[in-house]
Design a protein around this ligand. Structure first.
Ligand SMILES: Nc1ncnc2c1ncn2[C@@H]1O[C@H](COP(=O)(O)OP(=O)(O)OP(=O)(O)O)[C@@H](O)[C@H]1O
Ligand SMILES: CC(C)(CO)[C@@H](O)C(=O)[O-]
Ligand code: BAL
Length: 310
């Protein structure tokens, strides 16, 4: 017998901040919890798993909002803002097919821009640190910095990334006013930064961290995977392979974090990859684990690394 087709539910598309806030308030007045899944679009199964996690997080009626916004302030001018993949029509089809997404928030812009005839905060001669700071005048100038957690790991090669993420997520929280928000542990440092911001700034929002979704061959799903050539994709498999080996070493009793890190670097380098960093850290504070820090007990889930897509 054929399986019953999943219900398709066309989500409401909302582009305006005030309309989004009003929509959320109406859902709450109806007795529903509002769950937010922030994304930058070009959706894949990893994103859809966050939607399932949002539904699972709520005991009662829930209205799920997925935001699609490629946030310029988290990109350095040297990064790929202009070429970030997008397929809005495809995203809407995927969201409708889940049957559980009530609204898609896709604002054209979330920032107040300055006027070009007034000096830029970055200086008339440029010097912008993110893709947002090109406008000057009375442009956006308020930033959230999670001062310790934003440093190191991915923050070393992307010094304005977490400032941009924390600020845009706070803006999304203020606009959507969710009860629950879901983030992927693929971006492990990002998830921890957001948890800390929510704690420190008293946002009344439950933050859910959702497990990494991988392709059958182990590659973590990621929107930017579409940019990989067949050859690069094969090289990228060395990332998950090296992590599985690291976990095996840790589970079999190794407490030598430097050896484990060296082995990860070797596996990726031998496959033709270039390593930004490999660190073994505790899950909460993201501080060093192993020889220089606390014991390696959290290794299996606390590994954080950067290659493409954790
Ligand atoms: N494979 C995955 N498993 C679990 N969560 C994921 C996965 N991929 C993305 N997410 C989560 O989805 C949310 C939105 O991520 P985003 O839209 O940047 O997609 P992405 O695939 O991470 O893109 P990129 O290729 O830019 O890293 C984030 O919370 C991210 O951690
Ligand atoms: C959380 C986020 C949507 C903020 O722009 C982004 O960093 C992402 O998609 O991971
Ligand atoms: N999910 C990560 C978003 C970024 O790399 O900008």
């Amino acid at each position: 017998m054929a399986a019953a087709a999943a219900a398709v539910h066309e989500p409401e598309v909302i582009r305006d901040k005030a309309a989004m806030r009003a929509w959320s308030r109406r859902r709450r007045a109806e007795g529903k919890a509002v769950a937010l899944v922030p994304t930058m679009g070009f959706l894949h199964e990893g994103h859809l798993s966050l939607i399932s996690a949002a539904v699972a997080a709520s005991a009662g009626p829930i209205a799920v909002v997925v935001s699609i916004y490629v946030n310029p302030s988290q990109f350095a001018p040297t990064e790929d803002l202009a070429t970030y993949p997008s397929d809005f029509a495809g995203d809407l089809r995927k969201l409708a097919a889940t049957g559980v997404v009530a609204a898609v928030f896709c604002p054209p812009d979330l920032y107040v821009r300055g006027s070009a005839d007034r000096p830029s905060a970055a200086g008339a001669s440029g010097g912008a640190v993110s893709c947002l700071e090109d406008a000057g005048g009375h442009a956006h100038e308020t930033w959230i910095r999670v001062e310790r957690l934003e440093k190191g790991l991915c923050g070393s090669s992307r010094p304005v990334f977490f400032r941009g993420v924390a600020t845009v997520v706070a803006k999304l929280f203020n606009i959507v006013e969710p009860d629950v928000a879901v983030f992927g542990k693929k971006d492990y440092q990002q998830w921890r930064v957001i948890c800390r911001m929510v704690r420190d700034l008293d946002f009344a929002i439950q933050i859910v961290g959702s497990e990494v979704v991988r392709e059958a061959d182990g590659l973590a799903m990621s929107s930017r995977n579409v940019n990989l050539s067949e050859e690069d994709r094969k090289k990228a498999l060395s990332i998950s392979r090296s992590l599985v080996d690291a976990r095996t070493a840790a589970l079999s009793g190794s407490n030598r974090s430097q050896e484990i890190k060296d082995q990860i670097v070797r596996t990726i380098t031998e496959a033709g990859g270039q390593v930004d960093y490999v660190e073994i850290v505790g899950q909460g504070k993201l501080g060093a684990c192993g020889e220089d820090g606390p014991p390696l007990c959290n290794l299996c889930r606390g590994l954080v690394w950067k290659g493409q897509a954790n």
